[in-house]
Design a protein around this ligand. Structure first.
Ligand code: PLP
Length: 401
């Protein structure tokens, strides 16, 4: 065959991402064969409640502005409008963390930014990624051909691994509250990570997409609550799970101005400036209407409404956790997180347990194997369903064990 342009052959090293398609396939087959059975899905990581009224009202107003010549807006600033950056800055301040306006970059979500940030790093960096993990970190670095070193998260370390001082890394991914395990680092643990990063001249890429689920005030909602983090960390966050924006799309990334690296020619390079250059070159901003919705979500009233939605999901998490408690099944997460992670009963591997639960209780969860080797015998349930279904699913679950 005639050879066209040379492709990025790193794509050959990507593992097939079959987790959610395989789940969909198995569920479709089951429902086809058992049309009278009611299947309840507690597997998805997507929200189900509609947008709150503060957000909807604000977006309605913004639509009207866009339809009027005197208030119409075209391209906005790539970094986000100041009204939203100010709202995010205030939100950080209310949570006890100080960030500057030009350290905040508004985006269309944390998935894009956690993937796109890899543009800034040379291919010969060693990347440290916990296992199990949100698969985007692994796949984006594989696409670039970077060497990945895995760090075991397991029951022994409470799925909160700490650095192995004998291993050097240049880039470190941390997700807290964690997807898929629901585990949350405390301040002392994050300080150990920050100290390790500073010692290794490494950068921490901190994904706090689920920070709004933290209700224990002693737990950090931002890496920047930790001393020294502004010299070694970038934070990714999102309105997806905070305010139900999975389909509306808005996130933000905080790149401290203190974050600097000395290049091989001795020149000091500022990561904030580089990210700004990257975004202004490759990204044309989030829609004005969405940014007005996001601004409303960050207002005091908006956050109260968002916290009500989160409270609803957390009640579901409690229903799941209470059932596992009654059955003496140990689990992780579920308190400061929407995810509950537990070992599959009776030594089943996660796909066997998936089939068992689907066939015997018509409940769908997510097999831990989809998140890494250490998930092989684990299972993830989520609290993003509706309450009645969650209750019914867990009643069925309880009868099984
Ligand atoms: N980070 C983690 C850990 C996630 O679980 C998700 C979504 O499930 C994302 C980022 C993506 O968020 P967004 O919808 O903002 O792209």
């Amino acid at each position: 065959m005639k050879s066209l342009a040379k492709l990025n052959e790193n794509y050959q090293n990507l593992k097939e991402s079959y987790l959610f398609s395989e789940i969909a396939h198995r569920v479709a087959k089951y429902t086809q064969e058992n049309p009278d059975k009611k299947v309840i899905r507690l597997g998805i990581g997507d929200v189900t409640l509609p947008l709150e009224s503060e957000v909807v009202d604000s977006m309605h107003k913004a639509v009207d502005e866009m339809g009027n010549a005197s208030s119409f807006r075209g391209y906005g600033p790539e970094q986000g409008y100041d009204f939203l950056r100010n709202a995010i800055k205030d939100y950080y301040t209310r949570n006890g963390v100080s960030v500057e306006l030009d350290e905040i970059f508004v985006s269309d979500g944390a998935k894009s930014d956690t993937g796109n940030i890899t543009d800034l790093f040379s291919v010969d960096n060693v990347v440290l990624i916990p296992d199990p993990v949100y698969p985007v970190y692994v796949d984006t670095n594989t696409m670039n051909g970077r060497k990945i070193v895995y760090l075991d998260a397991n029951a022994e370390n409470g799925f909160l691994p700490l650095p192995d001082e004998s291993v050097h890394a240049d880039i470190i991914y941390i997700c807290s509250p964690n997807n898929p395990t629901g585990a949350v680092y405390n301040k002392e643990q994050l300080k150990i990570w920050v100290d390790y990063a500073l010692k290794n001249d490494a950068i921490i890429l901190f994904d706090s997409a689920y920070e709004a689920f933290i209700s224990d005030e002693s737990l950090p909602r931002s890496i920047f609550a930790i001393e020294g983090a502004k010299q070694c960390a970038i934070e990714f966050c999102s309105l997806s799970k905070t305010a139900g924006f999975t389909g509306t799309r808005c996130g933000y990334t905080v790149v401290p101005k203190d974050l600097k690296v000395t290049a091989s020619n001795g020149e000091v390079m500022y990561v904030n400036k580089m990210w700004n250059r990257r975004q202004t070159t490759k990204f044309n901003g989030v829609p004005y209407i969405v940014q007005r919705g996001a601004e409303a979500a960050f207002s005091k009233e908006g956050m109260e409404q968002a916290q009500k939605m989160i409270g609803y999901y957390k009640e579901n998490a409690k229903i799941i956790a209470d059932t596992l408690d009654k059955k003496n099944m140990k689990y992780f997460g579920g308190v400061n997180s929407p995810y509950i992670w537990f070992e599959c009963p009776n030594n089943m591997d996660s796909w066997t347990f998936f089939d068992y639960l689907l066939t015997n209780a018509q409940v769908v969860g997510t097999p831990g194997a989809g998140f890494g080797t250490n998930g092989t015998n684990y299972f993830r349930l989520t609290s993003f369903g509706n309450k009645e279904n969650t209750i019914e699913a867990m009643e069925r679950f309880a009868k099984l064990f």
